[in-house]
Design a binder for this molecule. Structure first.
Ligand SMILES: Nc1ncnc2c1ncn2[C@@H]1O[C@H](COP(=O)(O)OP(=O)(O)O)[C@@H](O)[C@H]1O
Ligand SMILES: [Mg+2]
Length: 394
């Protein structure tokens, strides 16, 4: 059928034609945004889930709602090798200038800029031509100890107070939050603790792989008290069917029920895969309704495309030993996997696997969903590994 009218949108962060099955998470976000502006306590949100389940898309949608609810927003994506401070500082600067343009009395915005300037000075960040503004003197003694766990909370307090003075809230949205170092996560958590204590209008909404297993002691117990961790997972069958059928109906075309069932079976409801299958099935069909037969024919193309793109980009960055580690995991089925079972597959001692495992975590291939367990970050990756390396012999 006409490719130009194809409603599906496979791709990282591409908004789907129908954001199916996420009503309860969006409601949680609305409640959070509303309550915090009304000075009522509410836990911040950290959306957790595998790659391709729709976290980025949700974060963008929540940002839209935050703006509507009266927030000024910051949306950043963390990545390996960029510190939290370097990532946030330019955005906080932009936000404070935005607040400065909102009419209102008081000096809290100017103070925010001064504190940001001393914060930036203390961590000696180099963000190119980063300059807060020539006419602002840093406020010495504020957020400039050089200890992030002390300075970030102080900075957030001044930013939130500035926002409060201008009658708006601040929503800080961070994607791929798992890339932060433990001390950065801990600083963020401490900062949110201050927000809650002071009933200040600043919320944090994050998305990524689960961060809890990497936190220890106090920050962990704070995190559990300060955040909700809604799990973003595969869609249920009815939601997956709406995600496919509704956009097609809106285009005045249709899927046969048997075709929808088959796509659900093949994708197991994972949003990225639903978009790929919907997209290819539409293109492959000569006319509506899109039949089971068309889906079956399109499946080869989709599997190949996924193997060559979604899965392969990750696979190609691996060393031979890393590939064998992942293949050993896949040999054990869907996971999560106990480290000792992986070691047994590889016929090595658990104690020797540390560096290999750490490297794979760093590359974003695996993560620890709970203490002592490992899992793939990409859905159905175990099947891909078995397809790509059919024979596993150690
Ligand atoms: N609720 C949903 N229903 C249908 N498709 C979705 C949904 N959420 C996300 N998608 C699709 O899934 C793909 C991956 O979304 P993305 O937000 O990039 O995932 P993540 O950030 O978790 O890796 C995109 O093509 C998007 O259109
Ligand atoms: Mg994403």
């Amino acid at each position: 059928m006409d490719r130009i009218r194809n409603p599906f949108s496979p791709g990282a962060g591409s908004p789907p034609p129908e954001l199916a099955g996420r009503q309860s998470i969006l409601e949680q976000a609305d409640v959070l945004l509303g309550r915090v502006l009304a000075k009522r306590p509410e836990k911040s949100l950290l959306l957790t889930g595998l790659r391709g389940v729709g976290k980025t898309v949700l974060l963008n949608e929540i940002e839209r709602r935050a703006v509507k609810a009266g927030y000024r927003t910051i949306l950043v994506e963390a990545h390996e090798g960029k510190s939290l401070a370097v990532l946030l500082a330019p955005h906080l600067r932009r936000l404070l200038f935005e607040l400065d343009r909102i009419a209102g009395a008081g000096n809290k915005v100017k103070r925010g800029l001064a504190v940001l300037k001393s914060f930036v000075g203390a961590i000696k960040i180099s963000v190119g031509e980063f300059d807060i503004g020539l006419d602002i003197e840093p406020e010495s003694g504020a957020a400039d100890s050089g200890d992030l766990e002390v300075d970030l909370p102080s900075l957030f307090v001044t930013v939130a107070e500035a926002a409060q003075e201008r009658n708006v809230g601040v929503a800080i949205m961070i994607d791929e939050i798992q890339y932060f170092k433990p001390v950065e996560l801990s600083a963020l958590i401490m900062a949110m603790h201050k927000m809650q204590q002071g009933q200040l209008p600043l919320v944090l909404i994050g998305a990524g792989l689960s961060i809890l297993p990497g936190l220890a002691g106090e920050s962990k117990s704070y995190a559990e008290r300060l955040f909700n961790f809604p799990e973003v997972g595969p869609l249920t069958e009815p939601d997956a069917i709406s995600a496919l059928q509704d956009p097609v109906l809106a285009a005045e075309e249709e899927f046969d029920p048997a075709a929808l069932k088959e796509i659900f079976r093949l994708t197991q409801g994972y949003p990225y895969f639903l978009q790929e299958w919907g997209y290819q099935a539409w293109n492959h069909a000569a006319a509506s309704p899109i039949s089971l037969h068309v889906v079956q024919e399109a499946s080869d193309i989709v599997s190949k495309r996924l193997d060559e793109n979604f899965f392969r980009v990750r696979f190609d960055r691996l060393t031979p030993r890393e590939k064998m580690f992942l293949r050993a995991m896949a040999e054990l089925g869907k996971g999560p996997y106990r480290t000792s079972d992986i070691a047994e597959q590889l016929k090595v001692k658990v104690s020797t696997m540390g560096p290999l495992r750490a490297g794979l975590i760093k590359k974003g291939m695996i993560y620890s969903p709970s203490y002592g367990d490992m899992a793939f970050t990409v859905p159905l990756f175990d099947e891909f590994m078995r397809r790509t390396i059919p024979n596993f012999e150690q």
